[in-house]
Write a protein of this length. Structure first.
Lengths: 124, 476
C-alpha cells in the first residue's frame, strides 16, 4: 500500500521511514514524500486513479497550505483518504479539515502509536 | 563820587549777586549786603558833599580795601578776583594821581594830560576786562547749562539703564525658567522615546513569539521523535543481536548514528532561535559583527511568515528568495538589521494578505499573494553596496502617503494593530549603518528581481535596503 506524506520539513521523511521500518521492510507499506502541496498534486496525478491510497498532509506550509491541498485533492480525487497533521491543534483548523472531508486530524508532535493504528487498520 | 567807592559798590553787588547762584557761600550774604549798603550810603553822602573830601575818601578807600582784601584773602570769594584785576589798575592809578595832585600840584598840572590819558587807559582796561569777564561768564553759564542738560541726560540714561537691566534680568530669569522647563520636557520626551522604542521592540517580539513558537516546536518535535525512534531501534538491535543478524545490526547502528546527528541538528536549531529572540529583545546591544545577510534575511522571512500564519489561520502567501550566492559578509548589528527585516517582511505579508482579502470580497480569483526577497552585491575594488530588496504584489502604497511612511506614528493599519514606529525605526537603523532605505513601486526596481510575472496586474511595493560594503572591514 502506498502512502503519501506531505510536509515542508524534509527530516519528516527519515523519521517516518524509521518509524515504519518493519512495515516497509516486509513490503506491506510504501512511503512517498512531497515537500509542498504542488509537489503532492504532481505525485497524485502521475496515474489515474492515483496509486496512493492515503495522504497525510501538514497544514502549515508555505505556498499552498494543507487545507488548500485538501480541497484540491478532494475535488480531483474524491475517494482518496486524506488526514491532516497540524502543529496548531485548534478547533478551527480541525473543523475546517473535517468539513472538507478529511478522514483524521493529528496534532504535532505526532502520536505515532495512533498513526500506526490508523495505518495498520488500512493494511488489514 | 570817587572811583574807589564805585569800584567798592561794583565788587560788593557782584559778590552779593553771586550768592544767589551759590557761587559764593551763603554765609557771606549778610556781610556782603551790609558792605553794599555801607558803600551806597558813603557814595550818596560823597555826592551830596555832606562828608568832607578827606573823610569820604578815607571811608571809600576803607570799603574798597576791605572788599579787595576779602577777595584775595578768602578762597570762597574767588569769584570776585577777575573783577579785582579789572579795576585794580584804575584804582591804584587814581589813588596815585590823587596823591601826586595833593603833594605835588605843580608837577601834576604840568603832566595833567598824561595822567588823564593813563586814567582813561586804566578805565578802558577795566571796561574791556569787564566785558571779557561777562563774555566768559556767559560762555561759562552756557557751558554750565549744557553740562547740566548733559548731566540730566546722563541721569535719564542711567535710570533707563537701570530699568533696562531690571527688565533684562526679569526676561533672563523668565527665559532661564522656560529653558529649564523645555529641558525637562526634552528629557521626558527622550525617555518616552526610549520607552516607545522599547515598546516597539517588545511589540515586534510579540509578533515574533508565534513564529518562534512554531520554529521551536518543530525542532523540538524532531528531537523527541528521533530520540524515541532511536530507543525503538535499539530494542530492535538487541533482538537482531540475539538472532545473530550482524548486517541488520550494522544498518541499525548507521540509522541510530544519523538520528543522533538529527537530534543534535534540531537541538542547535532551537538553540539558535532562542538566542536570536534574546538578542532581539536585548536593549543595549550595539555590537557590530560580520553577518551573513542572506542567512539573517531568510531567518526573519521564515519567522515573519510563521508568526503571521500562527496568528491568522486564513493567512497564506508564497515567498520566493533570490539570493546572491557570493554575498560578502558585512559588518552590522545583526539584531537591529533583523528588526528591519522582520518589520519589512511583516508589512509585505500584511499587504498581500489584505490585497487577497479585498480581491476575494470582490470575487476576483487567481491572485497569488507573493513576497520576494532578493539580495545583490554591487562592488568595485572591494568597496560597494549590498542591496536587499523586499517586494510584494499587494495593493501598493499610494504616492500621496509615500513621503509619510517613514514618519514616526504614521500607520495605515487599524488602531491597535500597528504602533506606527516600525518603518520609522527601521529607517533610523539603516541610516545609523550608513545605508539607505527606499520605497518604490514594483516597476522602478524591476531589474532587481526578475520575477515580473508574479507581479502582473498589481503595483505592489518594493523596499530597497542599501548597506555599505567594505572588503577591508570584512578582513579585520
Amino acid at each position: 500500500m502506498k502512502i503519501l506524506i506531505v510536509d515542508d520539513e524534509k527530516d519528516v521523511e527519515m523519521l517516518f521511514r524509521q518509524k515504519f521500518r518493519k512495515e516497509i521492510k516486509s513490503g506491506n507499506l510504501e512511503l512517498v514524500f512531497a515537500f509542498s502541496g504542488r509537489e503532492a498534486l504532481e505525485i497524485l496525478e502521475e496515474s489515474n486513479p492515483p496509486s496512493v491510497m492515503y495522504m497525510f498532509s501538514d497544514i502549515n506550509m508555505p505556498g499552498m497550505s494543507g487545507l488548500e491541498l485538501l480541497d484540491e485533492v478532494k475535488a480531483r480525487f474524491p475517494d482518496l483518504k486524506v488526514s491532516m497533521i497540524s502543529a496548531y491543534g485548534d478547533q478551527e483548523n480541525h473543523d475546517k479539515a473535517m468539513d472538507s472531508g478529511a478522514t483524521g486530524f493529528f496534532t504535532k508532535p505526532i502520536d505515532f502509536d495512533s498513526l500506526k493504528k490508523e495505518i495498520n487498520n488500512l493494511l488489514q | 563820587m570817587n572811583v574807589e567807592i564805585i569800584i567798592a559798590i561794583i565788587l560788593f553787588s557782584y559778590l552779593r549777586r553771586s550768592t544767589l547762584t551759590y557761587e559764593v557761600p551763603l554765609r557771606w550774604k549778610k556781610p556782603l549786603k551790609w558792605g553794599l549798603i555801607a558803600s551806597i550810603i558813603v557814595g550818596i553822602l560823597d555826592i551830596s558833599t555832606l562828608l568832607g573830601d578827606v573823610l569820604g575818601k578815607v571811608l571809600s578807600i576803607f570799603l574798597v580795601g576791605a572788599v579787595i582784601y576779602g577777595i584775595l584773602r578768602y578762597k570762597e570769594l574767588d569769584k570776585g578776583r577777575q573783577l579785582v584785576f579789572a579795576w585794580l589798575p584804575l584804582l591804584i592809578l587814581s589813588l596815585a594821581i590823587e596823591v601826586v595832585e595833593y603833594f605835588f600840584p605843580r608837577f601834576y598840572n604840568r603832566w595833567d594830560d598824561y595822567f588823564l590819558l593813563a586814567i582813561f587807559c586804566a578805565f578802558a582796561w577795566g571796561i574791556a576786562m569787564w566785558i571779557n569777564n561777562n563774555k566768559q561768564r556767559k560762555a561759562l553759564e552756557r557751558e554750565k547749562i549744557k553740562s547740566l542738560a548733559r548731566e540730566q541726560e546722563f541721569k535719564a540714561t542711567e535710570q533707563m539703564k537701570i530699568m533696562l537691566e531690571k527688565q533684562v534680568g526679569e526676561r533672563t530669569s523668565a527665559l532661564t525658567k522656560q529653558k529649564e522647563e523645555l529641558e525637562k520636557t526634552l528629557e521626558e520626551l527622550k525617555s518616552t522615546q526610549a520607552q516607545l522604542i522599547h515598546a516597539e521592540k517588545m511589540a515586534s517580539l510579540g509578533e515574533l513569539t508565534a513564529g518562534i513558537a512554531h520554529e521551536i516546536q518543530n525542532p523540538l518535535n524532531f528531537v523527541n521523535n528521533f530520540s524515541e525512534v532511536s530507543s525503538e531501534l535499539l530494542d530492535e538491535m538487541s533482538e537482531e543481536l540475539q538472532k545473530g543478524d550482524i548486517e541488520e545490526v550494522k544498518a541499525l547502528v548507521e540509522d541510530i548514528k544519523l538520528n543522533l546527528e538529527k537530534i543534535n541538528h534540531h537541538g542547535k536549531r532551537a538553540d539558535a532561535i532562542v538566542k536570536g529572540m534574546l538578542m532581539h529583545s536585548r536593549n543595549n546591544s550595539e555590537q557590530k559583527s560580520l553577518t551573513d545577510i542572506n542567512a539573517l534575511a531568510e531567518e526573519y522571512l521564515r519567522l515573519s511568515y510563521h508568526g503571521l500564519r500562527a496568528k491568522d489561520k486564513s493567512f497564506n502567501a508564497n515567498f520566493k528568495v533570490e539570493l546572491e550566492p557570493d554575498l560578502a559578509r558585512i559588518n552590522i548589528v545583526p539584531q537591529d538589521i533583523g528588526r528591519v527585516f522582520l518589520n519589512l517582511f511583516n508589512n509585505a505579508f500584511y499587504a498581500v494578505n489584505q490585497h487577497a482579502k479585498n480581491l476575494r470580497e470582490k470575487g476576483i480569483e487567481g491572485y497569488m499573494p507573493t513576497v520576494v526577497l532578493s539580495t545583490a552585491l554591487y562592488s568595485n575594488q572591494g568597496k560597494g553596496n549590498v542591496v536587499i530588496t523586499i517586494g510584494d504584489n499587494g495593493m501598493g502604497i499610494p504616492d500621496s502617503i509615500k513621503a509619510k511612511i517613514f514618519q514616526p506614528f504614521f500607520t495605515t493599519k487599524p488602531t491597535g494593530e500597528g504602533t506606527g514606529l516600525g518603518l520609522s525605526l527601521s529607517y533610523d537603523i539603516i541610516k545609523a549603518h550608513g545605508g539607505d532605505l527606499e520605497v518604490g513601486n514594483h516597476d522602478s526596481t524591476e531589474h532587481l528581481h526578475g520575477e515580473t510575472e508574479l507581479m502582473e496586474g498589481c503595483r505592489g511595493t518594493v523596499f530597497t535596503i542599501t548597506l555599505p560594503y567594505d572588503k577591508t572591514e570584512a578582513l579585520i
